[in-house]
Design a protein around this ligand. Structure first.
Ligand code: F3S
Length: 664
């Protein structure tokens, strides 16, 4: 394993100078020594300073005596004044590059320029520079801040040392077109850019990057981010203890190391030393690896061509997977494998005549697929797989193996054209596995059935007697209609379809039609639902009894003829009976002698029984009354007149007749 340390890594000039100054003071001074804030963003370095008696204080007000060290970012001048006023000894470790930016800001202010600082307004370095411009400078973080500069006439620009040149150029171009006089001081420090460029280049050449520095160090985090953007495995560590052998075990040939500007050199040295140890350990393991025939090993694909794939298997021997050992599906090598893929392989030959290990991917995949399929048939777990083709009697799906879906297991309905499923992804359950016959049977239907059953249960549980619900008519039969209520079917019996008499449901309903029905009864155990349609329509009987009374004349059609009379529809949904005795004042042998089905007649209402929903009708009563016959009294009797009424002679009471007949 080759280890490459970036040329520019670790302490920059400014941080190094501040650290040296601090350590020197720590050695010499007897009184208290503090840094104002952590001297650098690195916990190990801060700890080292503590070891020589240098503590950290956030604010001057907390320091009563002794020496205060100003860190490389610098501080506003009023802070230094406060320290001196308190009688503290000030050691100013501000980086000379930052100091130059502070001096230029002061100079521009004194020469009457509007000072503009390009940088991050909350960064301590910018806060300090702002102080040198008497807090009158405008801080520009990005282009959205450019509008703050519209009214400026004479502008002087300073840049935060870690800013990019690109941002400075954009700002300068904007100002050039607008201000009368412009002075730009490029106070950018090249150190940061240099480290970032080098980390970017190095990370493109290696298999793994180690970035060393404090987790709270912005410039170290940025270095790690740049490496990851190059798709290289990157570990950000603070110290050598965090390194792990496992990171370097798998096909890692080159390792790059870089460190942030606040990372002390001694930490970099510790990391390098630990890396050398790890390298030796990994190398020993590498050489200890010996291949065996039929062993399953892992490797990383290094090269792919139409003949096969070369794989790094962590041994001195090169691994090769011939094209016919790549996949069972007859795909091109490049469709299955790409450079960088980590794969499991079976050793077919430890070493061929060219010294390569010959490996198979498809045999490992096949074995794994059988194991998986056997687990699936046990567990009943649902899988999703693509239908690859139609074959005689069904479909084939790719589940890592050839899975057969018989036509009868494709759907709950009969499917005429199975080809419509080719290319579709289906949810499937393995229902049969015979490894010896290379047979795996799948079903989509069982999943659909379970879903339907589940839905049916939900609907049944939600239905209540009296509830009104919409449903679709799925089938019309002689005795009614089946209505789909969303997963479960209910029966709408012919007698519950209409208040009027209908001979067949098709007279009023159509298959596929959506209708609103009333739930008349639910039996969840037997999964029976009885429905009514007429119950959600106005009852014509109620209207009839409201508008009719005995003695009224009604017109209607004869709907049915029976031995004892004829039924007549007095309004849709209401029928009355004309008893044979009410057909005529004449004697009638057979009802058909007087009436035919469909005949329009007028009758007289002679009786309404609302409770039993019965109407008695009479034709006879509308016939002209017979002439009165006068009889001459015998000499011995007083003369009298008598009307002969056939009603009296019929001997039939209407209510008695209905009482028997309506119940038939
Ligand atoms: Fe100074 Fe540049 Fe370092 S400004 S502190 S040398 S990054």
């Amino acid at each position: 394993m080759e280890i490459i340390l970036a040329k520019h890594a670790g302490f920059c000039f400014g941080v190094n100078r501040a650290m040296d100054l601090a350590l020197e003071i720590g050695d010499k001074k007897e009184g208290a020594v503090h840094t104002l804030g952590p001297l650098i963003h690195n916990p190990q370095a801060v700890k080292k300073l503590e070891g020589v008696g240098i503590g950290v204080e956030k604010e001057i007000k907390n320091i009563e005596e002794g020496t205060v060290i100003i860190r490389s970012h610098g501080v506003p001048p009023n802070i230094i004044n406060q320290a001196e006023d308190k009688g503290l000894e000030v050691v100013n470790a501000t980086c000379p590059f930052v100091k130059r930016a502070q001096d230029k800001a002061r100079e521009l202010l004194e020469d009457g320029y509007q000072v503009v600082i390009s940088g991050d307004k909350d960064h301590p370095e910018v806060v300090a520079i702002l102080g040198y411009a008497d807090n009158k400078a405008i801080v520009v973080e990005d282009e959205s801040d450019f509008s703050k500069l519209d009214t400026c006439k004479k502008v002087g620009v300073i840049v935060q040392t870690t800013q990019s040149l690109d941002r400075l150029q954009k700002l300068s171009n904007f100002l050039l077109e607008r201000v009368g006089e412009l002075k730009v001081y490029n106070t950018i420090c090249t150190t940061t850019g240099q480290r970032q460029d080098e980390a970017g280049r190095l990370s493109q050449k290696v298999d793994l990057m180690i970035v060393i520095g404090g987790y709270n160090s912005a410039n170290t985090n940025r270095l790690a981010q740049i490496c990851r953007q190059n798709d290289v495995q990157t570990y950000h560590i603070e110290s050598a203890d965090e390194l792990k052998n496992g990171w370097f075990a798998n096909n890692i040939n080159k390792v790059g190391i870089t460190a942030g500007a606040s990372t002390p050199n001694w930490i970099i040295k510790e990391v390098l030393s630990r890396m050398t140890e790890i390298n030796e350990e990994v190398q020993e393991n590498f050489e200890a690896v010996e291949l065996s025939k039929n062993e399953v090993i892992s490797g990383k694909v290094e090269q792919v061509n139409s003949d096969g794939a070369y794989v790094n298997i962590g041994t001195k021997t090169e691994g090769f997977v011939p094209a016919n050992e790549v996949s069972d599906a007859g795909k091109e090598v490049s469709e299955v494998l790409s450079v960088g893929d980590e794969v499991n392989l079976l050793v077919l030959e430890v070493e061929d005549e060219e010294g390569k290990a010959i490996l198979s991917k498809k045999r490992v995949d096949r074995e794994q697929a059988w194991e998986k399929v056997e687990e699936l048939v046990e567990s009943g777990e649902v899988i999703e797989a693509e239908v690859t083709r139609e074959v005689k009697g069904g479909l084939v799906a790719d589940i890592g193996l050839r899975g057969f879906i018989p036509a009868s297991h494709v759907s709950v309905d009969y499917i005429e054209d199975l080809s419509q499923f080719v290319g579709e992804k289906l949810e499937l359950r393995v229902i049969e596995v015979e490894r010896e016959n290379n047979n795996v049977v799948l079903s989509h239907k069982v999943i659909l059935e379970e879903e339907l059953e589940e839905k049916k249960k939900e609907v049944l549980a939600s239905l209540e007697e009296g509830q009104e619900i919409e449903g679709e008519i799925t089938k019309l039969v002689d005795f009614g209609a089946f209505v789909d209520l969303g997963g479960v079917e209910g029966l709408l019996h012919i007698s519950e379809i209409s208040w009027g008499r209908i001979a067949h449901p098709s007279e009023v309903l159509e298959e596929g039609e959506t209708i609103k029905v009333k739930v008349l009864g639910v039996n969840p155990e037997k999964e029976r639902i009885s429905l009514g349609l007429k119950q959600i329509q106005a009852d014509p009987w109620d209207e009839f009894i409201e508008e009719s009374e005995a003695g009224d004349k009604v017109k209607g059609k004869i709907t049915k003829i029976v031995d004892f009379g004829a039924f007549m529809e007095v309004k849709p949904g209401v029928e009355g009976l004309i008893h044979i005795s009410q057909l005529s004042r004449e004697h009638i042998d057979k009802v058909e002698d007087v009436l035919t089905v469909g005949q329009e007649v007028e009758a007289k209402v002679i009786n309404i029984e609302p409770g039993d929903r019965r109407v008695g009708l009479s034709l006879k009563e509308l016939e002209e009354a017979p002439k009165v016959k006068k009889k001459v009294a015998k000499k011995t009797s007083a003369p009298r007149t008598e009307q002969v009424n056939d009603d009296e002679g019929s001997g039939v009471k209407l209510g008695d007749v209905f009482g028997d007949l309506f119940n038939k």
